[in-house]
Design a protein around this ligand. Structure first.
Ligand SMILES: [Zn+2]
Length: 248
């Protein structure tokens, strides 16, 4: 897919990067990314990916804006309270970059609709706020063979990982949390600067992965400690008994 003069002007500062160039920019344009959750992580990842020139962006969120979201979700304004996040985030993205085809979906991802909603994308970035959704997203990505970037932030801890079928996110967390919202921000608290850090990292990982920049990050989980201001990396081993990827 060729780039127009307008696109060459718009992306000039990233096309000039040796690691991106015109070839990388076209890869971004050819990419179709589903973002699960237009919350704190989505508020950082959606502008970064839209601005970078991702060709197609699907924004999936069933929630509406509340006043208590605004400290970590700068996609939204005070006057947006009560309005659907997916629609507002899509309007933001369309205003930022008319070259990105944006599709909002106001649905909650569950095990029985995840494959339908995520099918056809080249990458999924999950910034949802609970284990049940993350596991449903992960299982669907394993079944559909779609790379998954899973990102989460709660209290002062953040984590971001890239999974390609095996090991998968379920290998990391196991089966105990499918019906639990046990790490929900509403109960535990989180800082907006932390969700923005993790969301921006996830967007960078997505761009690097799509363009092919740097070493492949599959199966590595980056953990951010917001008190020590320190990142560390762990490798996720594949669980031979994993019910999602164990038989793949
Ligand atoms: Zn697994």
């Amino acid at each position: 897919m060729n780039l127009s003069d307008d696109e060459l002007d718009r992306y000039a500062r990233q096309i000039v990067l040796r690691q991106v160039g015109g070839v990388g920019q076209r890869k971004l344009k050819d990419a179709s990314v589903a973002i699960v959750g237009a919350g704190g992580i989505g508020s950082a990842a959606i502008p970064a990916l839209t601005g970078a020139g991702i060709g197609k962006l699907t924004i999936i969120d069933d929630d509406v804006v509340e006043l208590a979201n605004l400290h970590r979700q700068p996609l939204f304004r005070q006057s947006d309270a009560g309005k659907a996040k997916a629609e507002l985030a899509a309007a933001f993205a369309r205003n930022l970059n008319s070259h990105t085809e944006v599709r909002p979906i106001q649905e909650r991802i569950e095990p029985d609709n995840a494959q339908r909603l995520l099918g056809g994308h080249s990458l999924v970035l999950d910034g949802s706020d609970n284990f049940a959704t993350r596991l449903a997203v992960s299982d669907a990505c394993v079944s559909l063979s779609i790379p998954l970037i899973s990102a989460a932030a709660v209290q002062f801890q953040g984590q971001v990982g890239l999974f390609r079928s095996r090991p998968c996110y379920r290998c990391f967390v196991g089966d105990a949390f499918d019906s639990e919202d046990c790490d929900n921000c509403a109960e535990l608290g989180v800082l907006g600067a932390l969700t923005a850090t993790v969301g921006s990292f996830a967007a960078l990982l997505a761009i690097n992965s799509i363009v092919g920049i740097g070493e492949d990050q599959e199966g590595r989980l980056r953990l951010f400690d917001g008190e020590k201001l320190d990142w560390r990396t762990i490798r996720i081993p594949a669980d031979p008994a994993c019910r999602a990827c164990g038989s793949v």
